[in-house]
Design a protein around this ligand. Structure first.
Ligand SMILES: CC(C)(COP(=O)(O)OP(=O)(O)OC[C@H]1O[C@@H](n2cnc3c(N)ncnc32)[C@H](O)[C@@H]1OP(=O)(O)O)[C@@H](O)C(=O)NCCC(=O)NCCS
Length: 242
């Protein structure tokens, strides 16, 4: 197994993109904030954008951003989108970063349950330490939360098994690495589109104005036929690693 950055291996870009795209619902790719900021993030922080190779095949990957955070819950970004903005604006204003925020991890769909996500998280944590960052946090997207889209994230995150770990597999992975839950990231991602766009992204039909359960969405999607808008505000969960 070999770990490289995406910049080291531009030849793997298409393969890596294909491996990861299949793991996310289409609507996730229509958040406007990453469209504005992602290219600057990748340009400045390529050492936090890694791929795991198994005999030259891309089997996993993940990335994070260095941000200024004072260690207090009240200073956390509102989630994924704001972490991206804080990272880019902080760099452009010369504000020193203190913290690595993991942003996404994915493993190839045939590679689940091999512990590869932990390999990615460990590598990024080590890189954060080498860069002198004091904290490691993440606005997690719990992998089973889509099964309970009407439950607030704070309540979901408190549900535990008999062994005291979360009922959610992805939260458990972080807990096993020593992470603790800080609290919900209330406005982590905001995705808006016309009703036709939402129908295309989800393969559903939205005949009336109301909130809908959408596959792989962690929260409900609010469709307004009168204004021809669909709005999805995704809550994630802030955790802090040791
Ligand atoms: C979430 C993800 C990164 C986990 O990767 P992984 O390398 O399989 O992680 P692990 O091997 O550490 O497994 C973590 C837990 O998830 C469970 N798990 C992993 N894949 C699973 C699957 N397809 N179905 C059910 N459970 C699964 C494992 O059993 C383990 O739970 P456990 O506590 O019962 O042992 C991977 O499933 C993935 O890429 N998902 C799509 C992208 C995503 O949601 N990323 C996370 C948000 S940033």
């Amino acid at each position: 197994m070999q770990i490289v950055t995406r910049t080291d291996r531009p030849d793997l870009n298409d393969t890596a993109a294909a491996v990861f795209k299949e793991r996310w619902p289409e609507f996730i790719f229509h958040d406007e904030t990453p469209k504005k900021y992602l290219s600057r993030v990748l340009e400045h922080f390529s050492h936090f954008d890694i791929l795991v190779l198994d005999q030259e095949a891309v089997v996993a990957g993940g990335w994070g951003v260095p941000i200024a955070w004072n260690g207090e819950a009240g200073d956390l970004p509102s989630g994924y989108d704001e972490a991206l903005v804080r990272d880019v604006q902080g760099r452009e204003a010369d504000i020193p970063a203190t913290t690595l925020s993991f942003m996404a991890v994915a493993v190839g769909s045939a590679q689940d349950k091999r512990g590869l996500a932990t390999v990615v998280l460990r590598e990024l944590t080590q890189r954060a330490q080498e860069a002198g960052l004091a904290h490691v946090i993440a606005p997690l997207r719990p992998t089973w939360k889509h099964r309970c889209p009407t439950v607030p994230m704070g309540e979901y995150a408190a549900w535990t098994r008999a062994d005291g770990l979360s009922i959610d597999p992805w939260i458990r992975t972080h807990q096993r690495m020593g992470a603790r839950i800080l609290g919900p990231a209330p406005t982590s991602m905001v995705i808006e589109g016309s009703v036709a766009e939402w129908e295309e992204w989800t393969g559903m039909v939205f005949p009336v104005t109301r909130e809908y359960v959408v596959p792989d969405a962690l929260d409900l999607v609010a469709i307004d036929r009168e204004t021809d808008r669909g709005v999805y505000v995704e809550q994630n969960l802030w955790v802090q690693h040791r």
